[in-house]
Design a protein around this ligand. Structure first.
Ligand code: BES
Ligand code: MN
Ligand code: ZN
Length: 495
């Protein structure tokens, strides 16, 4: 991981690259007075000569000095339009450029305004990640070269905040790797191994992994139905962290862990099927959130439940038309074996509540319909408690992990009605597909539980880069969950 240093000024600093930021329409770039007269003149001349407008993401590379070998000018757009997300964006751009230039060190003031130190580091750490791939011989020229990022900040953020960010991004990078790796590597057993590694060496934690036989005893008929078509042993992974024994609340984070979704007997078309290696992104985020929360030692109680299995069309696979019974006794008509995420989550949610979780977030790459609605921009949120949903939404506004709430009006209950048992898992009509997923899951939530469901089908994986999100896995929504739990602690201590 990138080394982050915070310094007050340029004194005694040297680097391969120095970045200078500039607002559109302002007289001169920001923090120009940090530079010596010669360098300052060089920047001002270049701005004129090359007609640098300081539009957002505009860049200009210049020869530097003996101390700072190169100079990179980055536009910030209009000053009154600067947001925390734009700071992440330009900071990400700066680190991308640094790696493209093959430099080892960057020095830069906080882009725009001194207060955006956190966002600058976030943008940098988002850009720092690189999926190593699985080559026989790694192309060393492609490897990121940047080692240290020195951030100049007049009132430096505490080292503790920097360390916290590094801890969270360590978890984000773990989740990204899990999602990017293929299904022949990331099996349910691999997720189990990862969970055990995370728990190892942490305090106040425990782990329990249910095998299919254990799940049978607990009557997890929905989870097991999905697991039947695959030879890979399914696992229901349960991790607990008791960071505040005095608190009655147990936050439950539940992840869909379909390590490959072929669709089952309702087989998916070949085109794009390989992407279904990412169908465990919810569980990757759950593992990451757990790792971050216990590494940070947050004073909360956290329960993570991961329903891990493949969805395959083997000889013992469940069939369209089958009626299965979930662990809360509810019966489900399987209209489509490709609507498997809601089935495994049903038993995971019931189990999480039986273990005491009362404030639940489930995360799942649940519906293609969510990508139709939001593209890769917003996570879809559905819930049963306005207060819990709004706190999540507020947290997501802070982290930039965009989230949008979908309606859960009673009228939508029609979508999941079956005429032969309690509910269907899918319908031919394909109406309101994402909400239907939410409505289905709601059937497994007790009245007293505050619950939100996050459909991350579009946001957990980018098929092309956008803004500060690079191609491939994003690690969403780990940052929002950690931020939410932190704000839960502060709001509790205010009461
Ligand atoms: N894992 C998929 C959803 C998905 C699709 C995620 C594309 C990411 C990219 C899910 O299990 C699925 O197949 N959903 C079906 C549900 C339908 C059968 C009701 C879908 O969206 O088509
Ligand atoms: Mn599916
Ligand atoms: Zn799926």
């Amino acid at each position: 991981m990138l080394t982050i240093r915070i310094k007050k000024d340029l004194k005694q600093l040297e680097s391969d690259l120095l970045c200078i930021f500039s607002f559109e329409g302002s007289k001169q770039p920001e923090k120009l007075d940090l530079l010596d007269a010669k360098l300052k003149k060089k920047v001002l001349d270049a701005v004129k000569t090359f007609g640098f407008k300081s539009k957002i993401k505009e860049i200009l590379l210049l020869e530097g000095s003996s101390k700072f070998k190169r100079l990179l000018l980055i536009g910030l757009g209009k000053k009154n339009k600067l947001t925390n997300d734009k700071v992440r964006l330009v900071s990400h751009l700066m680190i991308k450029q640094a790696n493209a230039l093959k430099v080892a060190s960057v020095v830069a003031p906080v882009p725009g305004m001194d207060k955006y130190g956190n966002e600058a580091i976030e943008g940098a750490l988002l850009a720092d990640y690189q999926f190593k791939g699985l080559y026989q011989k790694e192309d060393k020229d492609k490897r990121h070269t940047l080692k240290t990022f020195t951030l100049l900040q007049k009132s430096p953020i505490a080292q503790k905040s920097v360390d916290e960010l590094l801890t969270v991004f360590d978890a984000v990078q773990l989740a990204k790797d899990l999602v990017n790796l293929p299904s022949n590597i990331v099996t349910p057993t691999y997720l189990e191994k990862t969970a055990k590694e995370i728990v190892n060496g942490q305090k106040n934690v425990s782990i329990e992994v249910l095998s299919e036989t254990d799940a049978e005893k607990k009557k997890m008929g929905a989870f097991l139905a999905v697991a039947r078509g695959s030879k890979e042993p399914a696992k229901m992974i349960v991790m607990t962290y008791t960071g505040n024994p005095k608190d009655k609340n147990i936050y439950g984070v539940v992840g869909k862990g379909i390590t490959f979704d072929s669709g089952g007997i309702s087989l998916k078309p070949s085109a794009g099927m390989s992407l279904m290696k990412t169908d465990m992104a919810g569980s990757a985020a759950a593992l990451g959130a757990f790792k971050a929360v216990c590494s940070l030692g947050l004073e909360v109680n956290l329960l993570v439940v991961i329903a891990a299995t493949e969805n395959m069309p083997g000889g013992e696979a469940y069939r369209p038309g089958d009626i299965i019974t979930a662990s809360n006794g509810k019966t489900i008509e399987v209209v489509n074996t490709d609507a498997e995420g809601r089935l495994v989550l049903a038993d995971a949610l019931v189990y999480a509540q039986s273990l005491g979780a009362n404030k639940i977030i489930d995360m799942a790459t649940l519906t293609g319909a969510c990508i139709v609605a939001f593209g890769n921009i917003h996570t879809g949120l559905m819930g049963n408690n306005i207060d819990w949903s709004s706190r999540y939404l507020e947290s997501s506004r802070q982290t930039g992990e965009k989230t949008w709430e979908l309606p859960m009006d009673e009228e939508y209950d029609e979508l999941i009605k079956s005429d032969i048992c309690d509910m269907v898992n899918a319908s031919e009509a394909r109406k309101a597909g994402t909400i239907m997923g939410g409505k289905f899951l709601e059937q497994f939530i007790e009245k007293k539980t505050s619950w939100i469901h996050l459909d991350i089908a579009g946001t957990s994986y980018m098929d092309s880069a956008m803004g500060y999100l690079d191609k491939h896995a994003t690690g969403t929504p780990i940052r929002t969950i950690v931020n939410l739990l932190k704000s839960e602690i502060t709001s509790r201590s205010k009461k």
